[in-house]
Ligand binder design. Structure first.
Ligand code: PMP
Length: 449
């Protein structure tokens, strides 16, 4: 079956009208917000939703939230992973509230740090850790440390990867040539001066990029998630580990999204051995925090290279990093929410989500596919899985994406913006997943009828 393009446009108009009928109060707030916020939102991406304006949230609870117009949604976006725990997770809220009542930030450690450090080592295998405020910061600091200890100039990232607002990573390949990524706002330095970029799953390109011995580190998700889910091909991660080791290049895995693969992320699930690892978003149950970890060898090289006298001005830190609240939130989240049992249940439900969408794709003979990584699932408007970021980016269908999102939104389902991705939390019910399958079927039928 082929999607009728003029019909997408026409149906999108209809859905936009329906959206506006359902969200008058959000519209009024959005108009007011324009007086004090650029584009009417406190953070610039908040405008990139499928409706005519963003929905203003009233409250969230588990896998659901209610907006200021009283509409209730099944939340498959979950703050783009920040709330993968579900909103206000019961297992973490009491400890978070208790900590707030007893002081949030001291620039001194609390005893929760001990528990958190031990838990991180058990989950991810690395012996040493530091805490940052965001995954972006954890990545930025890891890159600095990698350059500091290797004395090398470049970092290497994969085409169309995303690691937060990290300057070095805003680089893409155009016809095989590296250039600043489209939309890169006021780059501090031309990223081609700091970064090598290659396609994921390309062993030859990796060998070539690392051969001169001038790359401090590879910063990578073990499976790409931000231009859609792209799995490593068999043998690729082994080759990446072997080549980085052989060329003295540090390997940093960013597990911020791939944490969805299990309690120790992709690293824990597949027994990977990175030199450094970063993870943010969900590990504090939504309270801003992130961690970055090091191998024994990296820790050894760091010691003596960071001076005590300059430690507050060395470019790594953050006054609020490691604050008492984020430590309490991480402890409670790791101890009671993102548990082995929770992942087991949620991954099984994500399989059901994928099978539901697949059944519709098959029934309607659509040239689409479904990809899944742990409790993260998404559908693609192409026939075969992309091997790398370049192929994935070429398959982005902005208009169709927008229609599918909006159709779901108007029927009480929030998908993750920028792609058709769904996360499953411990509070997501089987009925929610099956309802999504039904709405997905209807949205497809609306384009084929
Ligand atoms: N790493 C990955 C893999 C991400 O997807 C993101 C954000 N989407 C980040 C890091 C940055 O997270 P934050 O914006 O919370 O700093």
């Amino acid at each position: 079956m082929v999607i009728d393009r003029p019909r997408v446009k026409e149906k999108l108009e209809k859905e936009l009208k329906l959206f506006e009928e359902k969200h008058p109060r959000s519209k009024a707030l959005f108009e007011r917000a324009k007086a004090n916020f650029i584009d009417g939102v406190p953070m610039n991406w908040m405008v990139k939703w499928a409706g005519s304006y963003p929905i203003f949230v009233d409250r969230g609870e588990g896998a659901y939230f209610t907006d200021v117009d009283g509409n209730r949604f099944i939340d498959f976006c979950l703050g783009d992973t920040g709330s993968m725990t579900g909103h206000a997770p019961e297992g973490a809220v009491p400890a978070i509230v208790e900590r707030i009542k007893n002081g949030v930030t001291f620039m001194l450690p609390t005893e929760d740090a001990i528990w958190v450090g031990e838990a991180l080592t058990k989950r991810f295998g690395l012996p040493y850790w530091q805490v940052a405020i965001s995954a972006t910061d954890a990545n930025r600091f890891s890159l600095r440390l990698a350059r500091h200890i290797t004395k090398r100039k470049y970092v290497l990232v994969f085409n169309y990867s995303y690691h937060g607002t990290v300057d070095e990573a805003f680089i893409t390949l155009k016809d095989g040539v590296a250039e600043s990524r489209s939309g890169n706002i006021g780059p501090q330095v031309d990223p081609t001066q700091t970064t090598k970029v290659i396609e994921f799953n390309d062993i030859e390109a990796l060998e070539k990029a690392l051969a001169p011995g001038d790359v401090a580190c590879v910063l990578a998700e073990p499976a790409m998630t931000n231009i859609g889910i792209i799995h490593p091909e068999p043998g690729y991660l082994e080759a990446l580990r072997e080549m980085t080791r052989r060329t003295g290049t540090l390997l940093i895995y960013d597990e911020t999204h791939t944490m969805c693969a299990g309690p120790g992320g992709y690293t824990g699930a597949y027994g990977l051995k990175p030199d450094m690892l970063t993870v943010g978003k969900a590990i504090g149950g939504g309270i801003p925090t992130a961690v970055y970890g090091f191998s024994e060898e990296v820790a050894k090289r760091m010691r003596g290279l960071i001076s005590l006298e300059d430690s507050d001005t060395g470019g790594i830190g953050g006054t609020l990093a490691g604050n008492a609240l984020s430590m309490a939130a991480m402890r409670a989240t790791l101890e009671n929410v993102l548990t082995e049992e929770a992942f087991e249940r949620n991954i099984a439900l994500a399989k059901r989500f994928a099978e539901g969408v697949e059944s519709v794709i098959e029934e309607k003979r659509l040239p689409w596919i479904v990809k899944r990584l742990g409790c993260r699932t998404e559908y693609w408007f192409r026939e075969t899985p992309p091997r790398n970021g370049g192929e994935a980016a070429a398959a982005v269908d902005f208009e169709l994406d927008r229609y599918m999102h909006l159709y779901a939104l108007n029927r009480g389902i929030l998908m993750t913006p920028f792609h058709n991705m769904a996360l499953i939390s411990s509070q997501t019910a089987v009925e929610d997943v099956d309802y999504h399958t039904e709405v997905f079927r209807q949205s497809v039928e609306s384009l084929l009828e």
